[in-house]
Design a binder for this molecule. Structure first.
Ligand code: DGJ
Length: 743
């Protein structure tokens, strides 16, 4: 890995064993993009990739020279208005009303390691050998604004992390209107665009279409990354698939409003951009002040979509997630939400915990409804003290009782919100985000606290830290159940109102950071009505997220499959719930539900006390299975094999780092009659190794890695007896095979 600067050609070459990223200072001083992809020799010049024909209808920079137009040049961080007519990465409004800037090269700095981004989540390194960083300083001479483009190349991953930092070194205030985290001009448009979109309870469905001339984008203006679109998109060659071919992944390490956009121009150049959504954003930069954008991570893979996902998984699991829980096995938990909703008292909770403990569950999570007057949706949010009628000895007493059972205790919070029927709101009605003179829209009868204000974050911190300090809380589920409307902060000047969305999310990050520092032993799970803020930004604070409020196993196949394109299995909260399922009314076998949830951070969302003895046996087996294989599931290499978006079957597998152990899961949604024989080609195994295959403890034979990868594993059963057993399962049929290398 390294970063080389060629003085004569003014070219920068960032590389590791697998990838190259090449840029050049253009003749007009701006930064040009030459190449991003598989490693190419680094001692050569790639300046010839700047082709300049005199195309019709272009506007030209130099009076005495034809053909020099930014419209025809591939750039690193383009602005609008000086011959480039495409969407810009930066736009700065100046005192005289102009928005034109011209950022030209001043100097650069190359150093080992990776910088922290103040107040923002970002990937990190644990030693300087893990990455090199390049900072390119550019200046807009007229305004005096400086722009630093920051690039980090990792030694061990096909990833480049990027962000931009602005500093006003001029004497006049300016307004940053657009400041993307990255922009990348690719030389052609022969890509399929994949986005991960949906809605509440059907988050991150895989949506794919051919990239076309014009603009295609996804984004959020909700104040959170949202259920609807994810701040992660893929450009894939049409011939690439899960296992081979060129793929580029773009992920934003941010949880607020975002834009992910590809603009294909008339010459099929693709401009890919990712960052804070320019709509509803502006930032007033006074002389001397700085603004840092969030980080974007770009992954290049020539091993198809799985290769790209595996790079994101490794990077995000080990160099984005932090803290004591990053590498620890996640406890098998039980959450009382779907078991009781708001209807509980201490005895009911203890009973749920006791039954779960008997089946091997390790952590009890108390969900919504434990505090103040909160016995339904309309009151209590904002008042973070216990409801003593429900919990006579408070959280302290309940957590002690849960621990006495031999379990850990977890607690639900929704710290960013307030009900109007609460002491906090009555005391501080101006603490919510609301525009003077306008109506105040609510969501679920709740309002969003103005986390752009430090005193608001301070007050919430004090309340919750008190409870955590005096109780034994090992886990926090941090929920967030509505999006922002009438966004306006009572304390900011008019010219700063465009900062509120970003300042809000900085406040959320600040509160997370303070709680993580004060209570490092707590495992945080982020949640936003399920998967409404499942993004790389959150993973920096909470190593796992509640993937979706939809716990139906068939739906979860799609949701978990889509989520896995960029987020590791260890980050996906996945629970078994009752049937008929509360979101869909669907009835599926307990085994099927468990086999789906096992490939995530596993738990239950039900009262196990209502189950039969036969069902308890299944639960005990599931818990034992997860405990035995969770290390492999969370830290192994994950391969998607068959997509739930393409047919009746889903299959995926996880292989241990040393390739001596693997799990293969196959799911069939609807039963089929008189079916074909099925073989499933496996991946990632060691060719020569012979693996013993077991299913539910039954020996299914031994096969070599090469057989399993080339011929495939038989997943239809060939004996009549077993075939009958398969038929007996009916719909929603699943199998998990354990592969273990023979000595
Ligand atoms: C939404 C979450 O996604 C649910 O799991 C549950 O915690 C409820 N909120 C509680 O209000």
């Amino acid at each position: 890995m390294g970063i080389i600067y060629h003085q004569e050609t003014k070219e920068f070459h960032l590389f590791n064993k697998e990838i190259s990223y090449v840029m050049q200072v253009l003749r007009n001083g701006q930064m040009g993009q030459l190449y991003f992809g598989k490693r190419v020799p680094e001692m050569r010049s790639y300046g010839y990739l700047i082709e300049r024909s005199r195309r019709p209808m272009i506007s030209e920079i130099y009076e005495n020279e034809y053909g020099y137009s930014l419209e025809n040049l591939r750039q690193e961080y383009p602005s609008y208005g000086t011959t480039d007519y495409r969407m810009p990465a930066v736009e700065i409004a100046q005192e005289n009303g102009s928005r034109i800037t011209d950022f030209t090269y001043v100097s650069h700095r190359i150093y080992a390691g990776k910088p922290k981004l103040s107040g923002l989540p970002a990937t990190y390194v644990e030693s300087e050998e893990e990455a090199d960083t390049l900072e390119i300083l550019l200046r807009d001479a007229l305004t005096g604004v400086e722009l630093t483009l920051i690039y980090t190349v990792f030694a061990g991953e096909n990833a480049v992390a990027r962000s931009a930092r602005f500093r006003n070194c001029g004497s006049r205030e300016v307004q940053i209107e657009t400041a993307m985290s990255m922009s990348l001009d690719l030389p052609d448009a022969d890509y399929d665009w994949i986005q991960f979109s949906g809605a509440w309870a059907r988050e991150r469905y895989v949506k794919e279409r051919k990239l076309q001339q014009g603009i295609q984008s996804v984004g959020s203006l909700r104040g959170a990354s949202g259920h609807m679109h994810n701040p992660f998109v893929v450009l894939k060659r049409p011939t690439a698939d899960e296992f081979q071919g060129e793929v580029l992944g773009f992920s934003l390490v941010y949880s607020g409003n975002f834009l992910a956009q590809a603009e294909v121009d008339t010459y099929n150049v693709t401009r890919m951009m990712l960052g804070i959504h320019p709509q509803e954003f502006s930032w007033c930069l006074e002389p001397g002040a700085e603004f840092q954008t969030p980080e974007a991570v770009m992954v290049y893979s020539d091993q198809g979509l799985n290769g790209m996902s595996q790079a994101f998984h490794r990077l995000y699991r080990t160099r984005l997630a932090r803290g004591e829980w990053r590498d620890r096995n996640r406890p098998v938990l039980i959450n009382n939400w779907e078991a009781t909703y708001f209807d509980f008292d201490e005895e009911k909770l203890l009973e749920i915990a006791r039954t779960a403990k008997a089946d091997g569950v390790e952590l009890f999570v108390l969900d919504d409804g434990w505090f103040s007057t909160r016995c339904g949706e309309t009151s209590g949010l904002g008042d973070w003290w216990e409801n003593r009628e429900r919990l006579p000895e408070g959280i302290r007493g309940l957590s002690a009782k849960i621990e006495a059972l031999g379990m850990r205790f977890g607690l639900w919070v929704e710290l960013e919100m307030v009900n109007k029927d609460s002491e906090l709101y009555r005391k501080h009605p101006d603490w919510i985000l609301a525009t003077p003179g306008r109506s105040q829209s609510h969501g679920r009868k709740q309002y969003v606290l103005d986390f752009s204000r430090k005193e608001v974050v301070d007050a919430v911190y004090e309340m919750i830290a008190k409870i955590l300090a005096e109780s034994s809380v090992s886990y926090i589920k941090w929920d967030m159940n509505r999006n922002i409307t009438e966004c306006y902060s009572a304390v900011l000047e008019a010219k700063r109102q465009g900062e509120v969305f970003h300042r809000y999310i900085l406040g959320v990050y600040d509160l997370y950071e303070r709680l993580i520092r004060a209570f490092p032993h707590i495992l945080f799970e982020s949640c936003a009505s399920g998967g409404g803020r499942f993004d790389a930004g959150m993973l920096y604070y909470a190593p796992q997220a509640w993937t979706s409020d939809d716990s139906d196993a068939v739906e979860r196949l799609k949701i978990q499959y889509g989520t896995s394109f960029s987020y590791p299995l260890s980050s996906m909260g996945a629970h078994v719930s009752v049937t008929p399922n509360h979101q869909l009314g669907r009835v599926t076998p307990l085994k099927f539900r468990g086999d789906v949830a096992a490939f995530g951070a596993f738990g239950y969302e039900m009262d196990l006390g209502k189950l039969s003895e036969a069902e308890h046996e299944v639960i005990r087996a599931q818990v034992a299975f997860v405990k035995r294989y969770r290390e492999l599931i969370h830290k192994g290499t994950f391969y998607r094999l068959l997509s739930p978006f393409e047919g009746n079957f889903t299959a995926w597998m996880v292989v241990s780092e040393d390739r001596r152990q693997a799990l293969v899961a196959v799911y069939k949604v609807l039963n089929d009659v008189n079916c074909e024989y099925r073989r499933l080609k496996l991946h990632g195994l060691a060719e020569e190794t012979v693996y013993r295959i077991r299913e539910d403890g039954c020996d299914k034979g031994a096969r070599s890695g090469s057989e399993l990868m080339r011929i495939g594993m038989v997943t239809t059963d060939d004996s009549a007896g077993e075939r009958r057993a398969e038929t007996a399962y009916g719909d929603f049929y699943s199998r998990i095979f354990v592969l273990e290398a023979e000595a």
